[in-house]
Design a protein around this ligand. Structure first.
Ligand code: SF4
Length: 145
């Protein structure tokens, strides 16, 4: 059975979103791992509140790409506030990421997992990265994006 690891940065809101992502992964048949090196899929739930938070998210993204490169077939999902705040449309930096979703977009994650498992899903088809963005519903820390 495949294993997944969810890495959460930022505030309790992000932790709550990660709890929902974790449930989605379990529903899709993944076992949640406590060791990223055992995992086949990693979800990075990022923060973009202030510059140090953005820097930490970018640094963790680099580590996650290295993690992917250590074993064939691993999958990477970038979620949370960083993709909600920035776009990299012209960039190569995101080519290792298999899915990019906005904050709390569990529906986007489920569509991706369905596709990964070869199940039919209402949205998305074909290969390559998929990006789903959700209209952000607000932040109790008064972020300005
Ligand atoms: S809601 Fe604000 S503090 Fe929380 S993870 Fe997102 S950017 Fe960071």
């Amino acid at each position: 059975m495949k294993q997944a690891f969810v890495l959460t940065l930022g505030c309790p809101k992000n932790q709550a979103d990660s709890d929902v992502f974790s449930r989605c992964l379990e529903l899709a048949g993944y076992i949640l791992s406590t060791d990223p090196e055992e995992a086949d899929l990693l979800v990075l739930n990022s923060c973009a509140f202030i510059k140090p938070a953005v820097d930490e998210s970018l640094e963790t993204m680099e580590q996650a790409v290295q993690w992917k490169g250590r074993r064939r077939g691993r999958r990477l999902v970038l979620a949370g506030c960083l993709p909600g705040r920035f776009t990299w449309d012209e960039s190569d930096e995101l080519k290792e990421w298999d899915l990019i979703i906005g904050p709390g977009d569990s529906a986007g994650l489920m569509r991706f997992l369905d596709r990964e498992l070869g199940r039919k899903s209402p949205g998305g088809s074909g290969t390559g990265p998929v990006r789903y963005l959700q209209v952000f519903e607000g932040c109790s820390n008064y972020c300005t994006y």
